[in-house]
Ligand binder design. Sequence first.
Ligand SMILES: Nc1ncnc2c1ncn2[C@@H]1O[C@H](COP(=O)(O)OP(=O)(O)O)[C@@H](O)[C@H]1O
Ligand SMILES: [Mg+2]
Length: 318
Amino acid sequence: MTALAVTDLSKTFPLPRRLFGPARPGVRAVRPMSFTVESGETLGIVGESGCGKSTLARMLVGLLDPTTGHIEIAGKALDNADPAVFGRLIQYVFQDPISSLNPRKTIRQIMETPLKRLYGMEKAERTARIAEIFDSVNLREEFLDRYPHEFSGGQAQRIGIARALAASPRIIVLDEPVSALDVSVQAQVLNLMARLRDEFDLTYLFISHDLAVVEAVSDRVVVLYFGAVVEIGNAKTIFSAPKHPYTKLLADSAPVVGRPLTAPEQKGSELPDPLNPPPGCAFAGRCPRATQICRAEDPALRQMQEDQFAACHHPIES
Ligand SMILES: Nc1ncnc2c1ncn2[C@@H]1O[C@H](COP(=O)(O)OP(=O)(O)O)[C@@H](O)[C@H]1O
Ligand SMILES: [Mg+2]
């Protein structure tokens, strides 16, 4: 069953108007993209900083209005949906666990908010539900009366996950959920997330710039470059047999667990200017395989293997 279907979803941030001069087109943070996520699946989303991962995530959970396109969850169209409708279906876990929790509220107050707002639960019911969730994420109930700053990063991220679970969503978008944690704590949180996925039948969108983590936790992976999907395929093969030269560049430059993605220093290793995007393939300026057509025509995503799609005029042969 399809848990999430995204069709032509895009986001352009308008630029502040200048008093004189021509109208400016705005920053195209996410260019029109379409993909689906199956129920129970973990879809990894990778790409360098600034490629649009968080903008995509914020649209998916209803925090940001799309410029174009549609989002459908479990067959339900979410166009102009109420935030509460989004909230019961899809939740978001942020990168920085401590600062994403309101510092002036106790953990109990933080946990109670979605139960009140989304489900209108009474006090006794809320207390029971919070106890149940805390048990699932291995947090002690005595933590409930403390404040966010009293916790370590790993504990705070488990609280962030507990808060997302409180809404009983079908889908959780995890935006760099372990990037701010020590490597030793990352594994604990990743194991917890895997267990919760099975226990609660969850579907995950797992965003990270850490290729090794994404490869380990995902069933399929989407590779973003400059706001667009350049490749999508099975997590087991996409990095070992990439079709898109950008996926290959990522795979070659990040072989170690926990090491952030860094493109090799070279001429033209910069992302294109989002205010003045090149006409053809956005990766052409960095691509060793680029030819004339790459600088003229933006390639569409097409099927390369049974479960692998790439947007490239000169895909890598296997
Ligand atoms: N609120 C905003 N206003 C204007 N531009 C933005 C805004 N948020 C993000 N951007 C731009 O959109 C692009 C994608 O950003 P983001 O989604 O945060 O990328 P990532 O999460 O992959 O690092 C960047 O060029 C960023 O500067
Ligand atoms: Mg981000």
